[in-house]
Design a protein around this ligand. Sequence first.
Ligand SMILES: [Zn+2]
Length: 128
Amino acid sequence: MKEIPTIKIIDYGIAYCVTNGNEKYIEVNKNLFQYPKLFKRVMKHEMKHYNYKGKFDFWTDFLESFCFIHQYNLFKFQWKHPEAKESNRVFFKEDNGTYVNYYLLTIRLIMAVISIILLLILVYKILR
Ligand SMILES: [Zn+2]
């Protein structure tokens, strides 16, 4: 039998799959219920996190970033509901503490390293 997650309504971000000790639940922005199609799509994504057994579910988010139409729909949602932009932050506050979005942190570190390498190549080409 499939486990049905507890859903908590929040008024920031888009949606999160939260693990808090033994407790695991999904948080959903209250405004997302106004968009049934987007809600269904977001829940499909969060359920992947929910059913993930390991510690750091990198690939679910990584592969999702290439679903451009979905990303555009999320962007539109954030445009209409600015409080949802909280989901783009590496460090964010919740009721019981500050959290780190490890996926965003990893991606941004990789991008920073690539940028520095490209910049060094450029500087090298100019000075040579
Ligand atoms: Zn995700």
